[in-house]
Design a protein around this ligand. Structure first.
Ligand SMILES: C[S@@+](CC[C@H](N)C(=O)[O-])C[C@H]1O[C@@H](n2cnc3c(N)ncnc32)[C@H](O)[C@@H]1O
Length: 273
C-alpha cells in the first residue's frame, strides 16, 4: 500500500492540494484517507458494500478526521453518479475498471462530472489493439456480488482493457493521459514485492489524466504521447486485408457451428464499407 501511495498520491501532490475528490469504489476508505492526507479539502467515497463503509467511518473517526471533510455513500457507482450532483476536482478510479463492463457509461458520467483530473489504476490485458477482454468475475471477498447489476443473471461479466483501449476510451470522453507511472523503473532491481506483481509485469497501470477542456481553459502545455504506446490508428482505407495464415478455413468451421445452432452462416461482404 505504501508503494501504491507513492504512485497514486505522493507523485501527484499538485492535483490534490485543496481539491474536492471523488473516490469511486472506495473500499474501506484507505485511499480516501490518503487523498485527505495528501492535501485534499474534501473526499466523497462511493462503495457498494455497507460493511466497508462502516469500516471507513470507523477508521476516520479513530484518526480524528474532521467529519466535514468526508462523506461515504453506500451504493452502486452507476446509481450514485446518475442521481447525485457532485462537484469535484479529482476523480479516483482505482481498482475498479476491471470490475465492470460498463466502461462507456462510466466514462460518460465522468465526462459530465467534469473533474480537472482523473487518476486511473487498473488491471490491463496485454495487447497493442484497443480491445476489451470479457471475464467472468471471480467470487472473492464478495466482489462478484458487488459488481452484480440489473443486467447480470447470476454470473457477472466484466471486461478488462488493453492500454490502447484505455487510451481510446479516455480520449473519447475528453480525458488526456498526462503520465503513466513508471512502475518498471520503481520496481527494477528489487526482489518481487507481494501485491505489486501486476505492475511489475505491465498487467496493471497507473495513469494520471486531465480533462482536455480544463487544459484548454487553463492554457496548460500539451501532453506528450505516452512512451511506447502506439496510437490505435485506423487501418488505411482500401488496403487489401491480408489473407490469414491457414486461409479462410476458420470461416468454414465457424459456419458449421453457426448453421447448426442458428441456421445462419457468415458470408463474405461483396463490398467493403
Ligand atoms: C479491488 S477493490 C478496489 C478498492 C480500492 N479502490 C483500491 O484501489 O484498493 C474494488 C472495490 O469495488 C467495489 N465495487 C465493485 N463494484 C462496485 C459498484 N458497482 N459500485 C460500487 N463499488 C463497487 C468493491 O466492493 C470493492 O470494494
Amino acid at each position: 500500500m505504501n508503494e501504491r501511495y507513492e504512485a497514486l498520491f505522493a507523485s501527484n501532490r499538485d492535483i490534490f492540494d485543496g481539491a474536492r475528490v471523488l473516490d469511486l469504489a472506495s473500499h474501506d476508505g484507505r485511499y480516501s484517507f490518503a487523498a485527505l492526507k495528501t492535501g485534499a479539502a474534501h473526499v466523497t467515497g462511493v462503495e457498494v458494500r455497507q460493511s466497508l463503509i462502516e469500516k471507513a467511518e470507523e477508521t476516520f473517526a479513530f484518526y480524528g478526521q474532521d467529519p466535514d471533510t468526508y462523506r461515504f455513500v453506500c451504493g452502486d457507482v452507476f446509481d450514485v453518479l446518475a442521481r447525485e450532483q457532485l462537484d469535484v476536482d479529482v476523480v479516483l478510479c482505482l481498482g475498479y475498471l476491471y470490475h465492470t463492463y460498463r466502461h462507456t457509461e462510466l466514462m460518460y458520467r465522468l465526462h459530465h462530472l467534469a473533474p480537472q483530473h482523473l487518476v486511473v489504476d487498473t488491471m490491463v490485458v496485454p495487447g497493442t489493439k484497443p480491445t476489451l477482454k470479457l471475464h467472468r468475475e471471480r467470487d472473492a471477498e464478495d466482489i462478484r456480488s458487488a459488481a452484480q447489476d440489473a443486467w447480470s443473471v447470476g454470473r457477472v461479466l466484466v471486461a478488462w482493457p488493453t492500454v490502447p483501449a484505455l487510451q481510446l476510451l479516455l480520449r473519447a470522453y475528453g480525458f488526456e493521459i498526462e503520465s503513466r507511472y513508471d512502475w518498471t523503473g520503481r520496481l527494477a532491481g528489487r526482489p518481487p514485492v507481494p501485491g505489486l506483481e501486476g505492475y511489475a509485469r505491465g498487467r496493471r497501470v497507473t495513469l494520471r489524466c486531465r480533462s482536455r477542456q480544463a487544459a484548454v481553459a487553463a492554457g496548460w502545455d500539451p501532453v506528450a504521447p505516452l512512451p511506447g504506446a502506439a496510437d490505435p490508428s485506423p487501418r488505411p482505407r482500401n488496403r487489401p486485408r491480408a489473407r490469414p495464415v491457414g486461409g479462410w478455413r476458420w470461416r468454414k468451421r465457424v459456419n458449421k457451428v453457426l448453421a447448426r445452432v442458428t441456421g445462419y452462416e457468415l458470408r463474405r461482404a461483396a463490398t467493403r464499407r
